[in-house]
Design a protein around this ligand. Structure first.
Ligand code: 0R9
Length: 711
């Protein structure tokens, strides 16, 4: 939909869109410009490209995957069309409803999708855009405007239709309600007038197809992050979410049923939100400017934190790999801060310039650019490739930030002081690192004594298990396959890196051992090419201490090795919670539900079970009572069932640890992703940072949701 058509970058070598996607990924297809000013649309302007068959055949190529991530993309695709309408100045609010029956509705109050008849297809514009792949409107030639929003895959509503068991479109236009319904992308009726209305806009309701998706359960939790982000980027638009489902996933039960995002401050409010738990320096600085190459908008604010947090967007698409707009921003910040510090005598003649890292320590910024033909590159196609945006952003930031600093000398002084503090800390950290390197450690020359390394030296085959405690470490060392699995036991809690600079970190034995084992160095000297393992697995106990150690390790990786998360190298092991044994039959259960299923399958009664832990008794009795029929009670006695609840990894013998947690053919591991980087960032800052009040609030809010608190 979205008034766009797709163009192949090199049509000569391609035969069709889905071939292009297969060969080069979805971003290879780029959108053609469109009219932002909202020129009057007529049906003739729709470009008809192709049918929907390929979508159902190879859904992953259009929405990335058919797991929960792909499922949620369906919603983003529809919402993006509403955002386009809002950006064009015709819609002010968007409502997303998770309906009682499990379907989703998205409604906007824009002009409504046109319903007039398309001259080629002899069908309405509405039907054409919802049933034709890559169909969309095109207005006033290729240079008349540009696309403003866009999902990860940018494939449009017809793809959502194709992957839905049913869809219903309602258009409120010219006082009339128009309706059309579809099944798996095919209309089941013509567009029909269905009465009068005083509303205007479009409503799309769809039920994802269970045949296609692994799960069709939506997560409010998941959707919120992205919808909030879109609301920040689209200043003044209201995005509301209603959860009308009877049965809600447990994660969602902690949320109210109604959310409403509306930010008059736009990205300035976004920066404020990102800094919620941080001690800030002055108010967010905000500016925007239209340049011949595109529109540039920036908001930034310094904090007393050590980390930088700069997020960038191009046409509302999160460019997690950065790109030219990011490069321009970084260059301008360094130049402007140094120029100001020099001209106002804050940086003495004999002092060196502040480095790029110094001026970004504690900096939070949002960069949003809009341009006519965005080119997305990089591993995940989330790096802006338009070189002209470097100059555009650099020029705007140089001009506007210098003006701000000159007009606000008080704030300017505080900012420069923070940057100079960072410079001094950097020099101290460098000295510390140099001394560690001189002693022959960091680059892996001397691997730590407690690391049981693997024999294979090809990182692609190698796994590093970071294990909590020496006893679990011992089991793991015996249970592992030494060819490709290395074990690094960690003693107790590692240092909280959220509150420490690099020099202090490097003085910490446990962290130093981990850095050396990874082999890629840290800080300025980091080189991912030297990473010694392509699977790094955090393996901690399933109790509160384990969770704490896991969080500390995740903080370390998130802050100092984000590329390992982005590259998909970081995992969390999932050891089982229970061992259930009946005679020679041994099963492992990773959740309480799995344990129940096994017991059910075995037709087990309370008197048939032996619990390794007395505290389990009550629960098992209950299971017995539920499952025992009179007939069963009279039946001959079955073999007794033994249930062992693992409190810690140390309770597993090497063989059990291999079977359940180490064996690649059997184990379950969670891959850590950056999907929720912002949320994680905020949580890390709240839980691990120096401000006490937000931490207290977080704990009070989430305490009720904690089950099985193990103390
Ligand atoms: C609920 C989700 N909303 C949408 O999918 C949606 C698409 C859309 C739209 C237009 C207005 N609102 C919309 N909501 C629109 C209208 C007009 C011109 N361009 C766009 C007009 O009245 O002149 N459309 C997006 C693409 C198209 N409509 C179409 F042109 F391809 F049909």
């Amino acid at each position: 939909m979205r008034k766009t058509i797709y163009q192949q970058n090199n049509p000569a070598i391609l035969t069709g869109f889905w071939c292009a996607e297969a060969l080069f990924g979805p971003r290879f297809l780029r959108r053609l410009p469109e009219d932002m000013a909202g020129q009057k649309y007529t049906a003739e302007q729709i470009q008809v490209l192709e049918g929907l068959e390929p979508v159902r055949k190879r859904p992953g190529m259009y929405i990335g995957s058919t797991d929960a991530r792909g499922l949620h993309h369906l919603v983003y695709e529809i919402v993006d069309n509403s955002i386009d309408e809002a950006m064009a100045g015709h819609a002010t609010s968007i409502l997303i409803t998770l309906e009682e029956d499990g379907s989703v509705s998205v409604e906007d109050n824009g002009r409504g999708i046109p319903v007039d008849i398309h001259p080629t297809t002899k069908r309405s514009a509405l039907e054409t855009v919802l049933t034709t792949l890559h169909a969309g409107g095109k207005f006033g030639g290729d240079d008349s405007g540009y696309k403003v929003s866009g999902g990860l895959h940018g494939v449009g509503s017809s793809v959502v239709n194709a992957l839905s068991i049913k869809m219903r479109a309602e258009v409120y236009r010219d006082g009339t309600l128009y309706v059309q319904e579809y099944k798996r992308g095919k209309p089941t009726m013509d567009v029909k007038k269905s009465g009068k209305t005083d509303k205007k806009g479009t409503k799309i309701n769809f039920m994802p197809d269970e045949e296609i998706f692994d799960t069709i359960e939506f997560s409010m939790d998941f959707l919120m992050t992205r919808l909030r982000q879109q609301a920040y980027l689209t200043r003044g638009v209201t995005i509301a979410m209603i959860d009308a489902r009877k049965k809600r996933p447990s994660e969602d039960q902690k949320h109210p049923r109604l959310y409403r995002f509306h930010f008059e401050g736009g990205i300035s409010a976004y920066v404020r939100h990102l800094n919620e738990s941080k001690e800030t320096i002055g108010e967010p600085i905000w500016f925007e400017k239209d340049t011949p190459d595109g529109f540039v908008e920036v908001a930034l604010q310094y904090t007393q934190a050590f980390q930088e947090h700069v997020v960038s967007f191009a046409n509302n698409i999160h460019t997690s790999e950065g790109g030219h707009h990011m490069t321009g921003f970084k260059a301008a910040i360094t130049r402007t801060v140094n120029a100001y510090a020099r001209s106002f005598g804050l940086l003495k003649e004999k002092e060196e310039n502040l480095t790029a890292d110094d001026v970004r320590e504690g900096l939070t910024a949002v960069i949003s650019v809009r341009l006519k033909e965005p080119q997305f590159e990089g591993q995940t196609k989330s790096k802006l490739g338009n070189a002209e945006m470097k100059t555009a952003v650099e020029t705007v930031v140089n001009e506007k930030l210098s003006a701000y600093l000159e007009e606000h000398p008080g704030e300017a002084k505080d900012i420069i002081a923070k940057c100079m503090l960072a410079a001094r800390a950097r020099l101290a950290a460098r000295a510390a690192r140099d001394s560690v390197i001189r002693k022959g450690a960091l680059e892996g020359m001397t691997l730590p004594g407690k690391l049981a390394d693997c024999s294979d030296k090809d990182p692609a085959n190698c796994e590093l298990f970071i294990v909590e405690g020496d006893s679990a470490g011992g089991s793991a060392k015996q249970g592992r396959k030494r060819e490709f699995q290395a074990i690094l036991p960690l003693k107790g809690k590692i240092l909280n890196v959220e509150q420490a600079r690099l020099d202090k970190m490097l003085a910490n034995t446990e962290i130093k051992a981990l850095i050396i084992a990874l082999g890629m160095g840290i800080g300025e000297a980091k080189d991912i090419g030297k990473l010694r393992y392509h699977r790094i697995v955090i393996m901690t106990d399933a109790d509160v201490d384990g969770a704490h150690i896991r969080t500390l390790l995740l903080t370390l990786f998130y802050r100092y090795y984000p590329e390992l998360i982005e590259g998909g190298f970081l995992y969390i092991a999932q050891p089982p919670l229970y061992k259930i044994q009946k005679g020679k039959d041994i099963r492992y259960a990773f959740t309480d539900a799995e344990k129940m299923n096994t017991l059910k399958e075995w037709g087990v009664t309370a008197k048939d079970t032996e619990e390794a832990e007395p505290s389990e008794e009550a629960e098992e009795k209950e299971i017995g009572a539920d499952l025992t029929t009179e007939a069963e009670q009279k039946a001959p006695k079955k073999a007794r069932v033994n249930i062992q609840r693992y409190k810690g990894l140390g309770e597993m013998n090497p063989e059990q640890l291999w079977d359940t947690t180490l064996d690649p053919t059997n184990r379950i591991m969670l891959k850590v992703t950056m999907e929720d980087a912002e949320k994680a960032d905020a949580t890390f800052t709240t839980l691990m940072g120096s401000e006490v009040a937000p931490r207290r609030k977080f704990i009070q809010t989430h305490a009720k949701a904690v089950k099985n608190l193990d103390i």
